[in-house]
Design a protein around this ligand. Structure first.
Ligand SMILES: Nc1ncnc2c1ncn2[C@@H]1O[C@H](COP(=O)(O)OP(=O)(O)O)[C@@H](O)[C@H]1O
Ligand SMILES: [Mg+2]
Length: 384
């Protein structure tokens, strides 16, 4: 048998999967509309398991590790039975998304190579306002915006209606629904107050780009390759629903909007748009220091000008979903793509040698038991 390319820990942090089971028992004829997609969506554990199976099929020695919010489990990964590389799929810790970046920081300290973005990139991209300021300073087009902590907006704010109001530090369409797009000042103030109340500050008030929505998957390093973009088509949405990927459209298979946003890959586009898109996305990738893979969410104005909304440095890799749909367009398979991402991480080992784990070296400070909420505190809230 051929030599294994290496040992890998597929690392994730999942505590409960409430709700998924109920979806398996829904009778689609009772919904009151014709569903386009399956009602029973796969659970996160099933998605991670698919990566494990795919990598085993490619010859890797794979262990899957669920942190279950326990730091000791993470310590065991790096101290005992240390893998050649970690496939990092951790998105939060102790229900705190800000701790997403602490996991790769920990792996960096122990010199264990891992897939995907650095702690710094992850932290930047969690803050949409900060990301947009960085994009602006690099000349990457992003919609004009305000970042607000209070339910007050200057009369001369300089933004053109319609505007979209969204939490600055959430992801996955949290807080986005039929009321997110506002056409005038009274509606803006009501929505802003509501978002501040629901999510806290800052809240982004952003020019709404009427036009197409493209999600751009990028893969590789030096330089990354822009894969064929995927388009979200809103033309089938019921009357009155704004052309956005709302929370329900993204997550609720029992809602009609979930079945009325249709994806198309590759998105048809002119050579000019292709060129502009590649320039904007490559600029954005470098501006925030992406690595290995990423997905950029982009709106395209009626004049075919792309605007980067946000950067997802470690996007969902589920087979058949956004990133992988684009990868499959260029002939990449799911196992092949997972293996390629791992290989890129493994290559870094040579440029970042792990510190010696020498038995005679002074013992590292033992990490004390963490309190119920741990002694780590999320970073100060002042930044965007
Ligand atoms: N400025 C904007 N113009 C048009 N649509 C927007 C704008 N900002 C957000 N949206 C819509 O809201 C969705 C979610 O916003 P996004 O900034 O990608 O945040 P996230 O995906 O992290 O929740 C987008 O996919 C898009 O449909
Ligand atoms: Mg998005």
């Amino acid at each position: 048998m051929a030599k294994s390319p290496g040992s890998v820990v597929v690392l994730f942090n999942a505590l409960s999967e409430e709700g998924y089971d109920e979806l398996k028992h829904v009778d689609p004829t009772t919904l009151g509309f014709e569903p386009e997609y399956d009602i029973a969506v796969s659970t996160v554990s099933e998605e991670y398991q698919a990566i494990v199976t795919a990598l085993r099929g490619e010859g890797w020695k794979v262990r899957s590790v669920n942190l279950k919010d326990d730091l000791k489990v993470l310590e065991r990964v790096v101290k005992r039975n240390r893998p050649d590389v970690v496939f990092n799929l951790v998105e939060s810790f102790r229900d705190e998304p800000e701790f997403e970046s602490a996991i790769p920081a920990f792996l960096d300290l122990y010199g264990v190579p891992y897939t995907g973005a650095t702690p710094l990139s992850l932290s930047i991209c969690r803050r949409k306002g900060l990301t947009k300021r960085i994009l602006q300073s690099h000349g990457v087009p992003t919609p004009k915006f305000l970042s607000l902590w209070e339910p007050k907006v200057s009369l001369r704010h300089g933004l053109k209606y319609p505007l979209i109001v969204k939490p600055a530090r959430e992801d996955a369409s949290a807080g986005l629904d039929a009321g997110s797009v506002v056409a005038d000042r009274p509606a803006l103030l009501v929505r802003l107050e509501h978002m501040l109340h629901e999510f806290g500050g800052p809240v982004l008030v952003e020019e709404f780009i009427e036009g197409r929505e493209l999600h751009v998957a990028m893969l590789g390093n030096d330089p990354p390759e822009m894969l064929p973009p995927l388009e979200y088509d809103f033309s089938e949405l019921p009357e009155g629903e704004p052309a956005i990927i709302s929370y329900a459209a993204k997550w609720n298979p029992l809602a009609e909007v979930f079945h009325r946003v249709i994806t198309r890959c590759p998105a048809p586009m002119s050579r000019t748009l292709q060129r502009r898109l590649a320039k904007a996305c490559l600029g954005a990738w470098h501006a925030v220091g992406c690595r290995d893979y990423a997905r950029l969410d982009v709106r395209v104005s009626k004049k075919d000008e792309p605007y980067v909304l946000e950067i997802n440095p470690t996007p969902d890799l589920t087979e058949g979903v956004s990133f992988m749909e684009s990868a499959e367009e260029v002939g990449l398979t799911f196992p092949g793509t997972m293996a390629r991402i791992l290989e890129m991480a493994m290559e870094r080992k040579t440029v970042w040698p792990p510190p010696p784990l020498d038995a005679n070296a002074p013992k590292p400070v033992e990490m004390g038991p963490m309190g119920p909420l741990g002694s780590l505190t999320p970073p100060a809230p002042e930044l965007d």
